[in-house]
Design a protein around this ligand. Structure first.
Ligand SMILES: Cc1cc2nc3c(=O)[nH]c(=O)nc-3n(C[C@H](O)[C@H](O)[C@H](O)COP(=O)(O)OP(=O)(O)OC[C@H]3O[C@@H](n4cnc5c(N)ncnc54)[C@H](O)[C@@H]3O)c2cc1C
Length: 450
């Protein structure tokens, strides 16, 4: 009897279009860093991205502040992320507060907080201005293109990963859907940087299914930001009443729902948030687009009428990618817990850092699948741990560690699970990254490796 729920796919042949030392799936922050690091360390690298541009949520999701890079005492994320910031600054598409202005001070808070460059985890009031970067999404794409191009990465845009090729328990390649049909790309090592764990899940690695709020980020143009800030600080009661109403219309936003960008008169809005949607469900993703746009239209009508500085505001764009923070999470060799993050637990095999927490190499290693590394927001963590350890800079740091680890594994002719972590840490440090091998003074230091 015919099965009404399923069809049987006919078997067929798929052309192999590329063989590389390293195949990276996902051209977001983690994937860019993994590909560039791998190539700079001598590997031939293929980078596969489903969309027409690099950057993932940083560009297509229009998440326009790089944060979680300092622990109150020192800068904790450097390396390729720092290079990207410097390069975007040089082309005028990134704003970073100068070192002399990074502290808690009411005047500095007024000057900088609408750039989103303050430490929002701090309990000090006003929250200190810190090392963080407000950037332009096209700037991120341009610099990513330049870095990938200079490193001679074989970038394959418009290629949608669909299936992992696994032989004898190890991944040997990936299949992509493209306009020219299915294509196979074979690699000695694969990095899953899809953000949704598409590759590891397809390869049979254990994972958990997390979820968190979903956001349709958008940008407004025609905003008189000076007037808006003057109103906020000089008429706080009137401002608060209007701001409260705006937030009600969005039915989900952070305290500062609009932030400045390097482009004059253009602000980005990290809202509206929507709960209860699954970031890998076609139906929910479609619903998020409709729901988000409805709320945005209502908000714009309201602020044009009521909010000083926003009288001429118009929608520049709604981010082409829905803001998905969390879906599948790797259930890897070590699973990061909320306590690990909150207590700033240091691990002897730390290979990347966020604000004040550390990522052990084991959180990038799947169980059961060889030659596969996982880097980015789907790393091995519980849902609650991931919520506070998934910002763009640490995802880039994880990607960078994965790229260098792949080079070390191939050089030593060992599996990625047998990489000499001390060598990996030393190499990352020599290349300008901070692997977190030296715990900061506020870290909780483990007695022994586990
Ligand atoms: C609304 C929102 C606000 C946020 N705010 C901030 C913030 O202010 N600051 C901050 O630093 N971080 C913020 N974050 C978190 C941050 O954006 C993400 O955690 C980070 O971008 C994760 O990087 P990634 O490379 O792991 O994944 P992603 O950015 O998701 O990149 C994954 C890439 O893989 C590609 N891909 C996925 N599936 C496939 C496939 N099947 N085939 C081929 N390619 C595929 C995607 O197109 C994408 O390019 C925010 C996130 C959201 C959603």
């Amino acid at each position: 009897m015919a099965n009404l729920d399923r069809i049987i796919e006919p078997a067929g042949e798929i052309p192999v279009v590329r063989r590389a030392d390293l195949v990276v799936v996902g051209g977001g922050p983690a994937g860019i860093a993994a590909a560039v690091a791998g190539a700079r360390n001598g590997l031939s690298v293929a980078l596969v991205e489903r969309y027409a541009y690099l950057g993932g949520l940083a560009s297509g999701g229009m998440v326009l502040v790089l944060d979680d890079m300092c622990n109150g005492e020192e800068i904790s994320v450097r390396g390729l992320c720092g290079e990207m910031i410097d390069r975007m600054e040089r082309i005028g598409l990134c704003v970073v507060p100068p070192e002399s202005e990074r502290r808690s001070d009411p005047a500095l808070y007024r000057k900088w907080s609408r750039w989103g460059v303050f430490d929002f985890h701090s309990h000090v009031k006003p929250q200190p201005i810190c090392y963080a970067a407000a950037f332009d999404p096209d700037g991120y794409k341009r610099v990513a293109n330049a870095m990938v191009g200079e490193a001679k990465v074989d970038l394959r845009l418009h290629s949608w990963f669909s299936r992992a090729i696994v032989e004898d328990g190890r991944i040997t390649g990936v299949v992509c859907e493209t306009k020219s049909g299915r294509q196979a790309i074979m690699g000695k090592i694969v990095v899953d940087a899809s953000g949704d764990l598409d590759v590891a899940a397809s390869a049979g690695a254990p994972f958990s299914h997390g979820s968190y709020i979903v956001t349709t980020v958008f940008r407004l143009g025609g905003v008189d930001t000076e007037e808006a800030e003057r109103f906020e600080y000089e008429q706080p009661a009137a401002f608060n009443a209007i701001d409260r109403e705006a937030k009600k219309i969005m039915a989900g936003s952070w305290d500062k729902w609009w932030l400045k960008t390097p482009l004059p008169g253009i602000v980005w809005c990290n809202c509206p948030h929507m709960a209860g949607l699954d970031g890998i469900s076609v139906e929910d993703l479609t619903r998020a687009d409709f729901l988000g746009r409805e709320r945005i239209a209502a908000l714009v009508a309201f602020v044009r009428e009521k909010l000083p500085g926003f009288e001429q505001a118009f929608v520049v764009d709604v981010a082409p990618q829905i803001g998905i923070r969390q879906t599948r999470l790797l259930d890897g060799v070590y699973v990061m817990s909320k306590e690990d993050v909150a207590q700033r637990r240091h691990f002897p095999d730390s290979v990347a850092r966020g604000r004040d927490y550390y990522y052990p190499y084991r959180t990038m290693l799947p169980r059961d699948v060889g030659q596969l590394l996982v880097a980015g927001r789907h790393y091995s963590a519980t849902s609650s741990a991931q919520r506070s350890s998934r910002e763009i800079p640490p995802c880039m740091a994880m990607g960078e560690a994965a790229g260098v680890a792949a080079a070390l594994a191939l050089d030593a002719n060992v599996g990625v699970d047998r990489v000499d972590v001390a060598k990996l840490q030393a190499k990352l440090r020599a290349q300008g990254a901070d692997p977190g091998d030296r715990p900061a003074s506020n870290a909780l230091v483990s007695i022994a490796a586990e």
